[in-house]
Design a protein around this ligand. Structure first.
Ligand code: TMP
Length: 199
């Protein structure tokens, strides 16, 4: 089983993933906890490039997309696919839906570019995706409390409004796979909601 977790900044993905990880481990299941961009040493290096704030050179939107997919290719080949073949449960903090929400909806890149990359490089989609949804302002306050903002977190609220709308579009298009969780609720309630879907 491959499960991904999505949402804008500060909606509580990490907390939910930790709880679900614990839940499966208590059942004696083997779980691989991973994230995107990242999940392997090389993909984590690419993540650093993506998140670094560089005032001297703006990263082009296409470069951003391709770096994300370079990291994803590495992550799929080295971590996700071998774990699934070995019968493990994979929990990934973000996957391809983030590219639709951030790069297409947020940055304005065409869906055709994304489709091409997905068709060419993504051999496996999650069985279930949890979209943690909360008003942008709430998440950004939480993100700011965590410390210095990265290159994405420094974007304007209008950018995150587009990202959130992107997730909503996906959720409406794929209700079987994508489950919306009300992330304004207490973390335990969000976890219980997620469990209902998992069961
Ligand atoms: P994080 O907030 O989950 O740590 O993710 C790091 C950032 O990467 C986050 O701001 C969203 C961004 N991102 C994309 O823009 N596109 C993607 O496909 C992925 C996986 C992440």
């Amino acid at each position: 089983m491959f499960i991904s977790f999505e949402g804008t900044e500060g909606v509580g993905k990490t907390t939910l993933i930790r709880k679900i990880h614990q839940y499966f481990e208590q059942q004696g299941k083997e779980v691989v906890l991973t994230r995107e961009p990242g999940g392997t040493p090389l993909a984590e290096q690419i993540r650093s490039l993506l998140l670094a704030v560089n005032h001297e050179e703006q990263m082009s939107h296409d470069t951003e997309l391709l770096l994300i997919y370079a990291a994803r290719a590495q992550h799929l080949e080295q971590v996700i696919l071998p774990a699934l073949v070995a019968g493990k449960i994979v929990l990934s903090d973000r996957f391809t839906d983030a590219s639709f929400a951030y790069q297409c909806s947020g940055r304005g890149l065409s869906q055709e570019k994304l489709q091409l990359l997905n068709q060419t490089f993504v051999a496996k989609m999650p069985n279930i995706t949890f979209w943690l949804d909360a008003p942008i302002e709430l998440g950004m306050t939480r993100a700011r409390e965590r410390g210095a903002l990265d290159r994405f977190e420094q974007e304007k609220l209008s950018f995150f409004a587009k990202v959130r709308a992107g997730y909503e579009t996906l959720w409406q298009a794929e209700p079987e796979r994508i489950k919306r969780l009300d992330a304004t609720q207490n973390a335990d309630v969000v976890f219980e909601d997620a469990l209902q879907y998992l069961k």
